[in-house]
Design a binder for this molecule. Sequence first.
Ligand code: AMP
Length: 190
Amino acid sequence: MSKLNIVLFGPPGAGKGTQSEFLIKHYKLVHLSTGDLLRAEIKAESELGLQAKDLMDRGELVADAIVIGMIRNKMEAHLDAKGFIFDGFPRTRAQAEALDAMLEVKEEPITAMLALEVPEAELVKRLLDRGATSGRTDDKDEAVIQNRIREYMEKTAPLKEYYSAQGKYKAIDGVGSIEDITQRLMKALG
Ligand code: AMP
């Protein structure tokens, strides 16, 4: 049976992490969030974590080679997975191309890129709300949030065209209850 490899896409605050939780359980997939992996490195005070921390605190992207290496290691650690949910990755064209190259070797291409669409004012509100409880420093400061959204618009949003050219891009309305949005995602997967 072919594997289900999903890119869960969207700007910061679109609900990727929340929706991943349900999808990984339902489809028995392995969750690969580069943001979570980087935060684990920071917590462990590793060399990589130290390098990434300043960029993350400013809301800028970490180098492609670092996140690509992390994804490669995790995929190799889960060779028997039924599939992966890529959450917060890829964020640049170089990352998308590297991911396709890694999956091509395994003949397990991306099944779909599900893009959660949420208006910008709602994103800022959600992130500031999350900042009050998440302990994430990058959710507390509105200037950092704006920077993350700017990075998304400039470097990440163009990936919609990349996946669209492969016939894999599916836009999902990301406003509504968590359950309603989950239903929309499942429907898009067919
Ligand atoms: P996230 O948890 O996905 O919101 O990511 C938090 C931060 O980690 C981002 O603002 C970036 O600084 C960094 N980051 C996470 N994933 C990536 C990625 N794929 N490429 C570059 N930087 C990333």
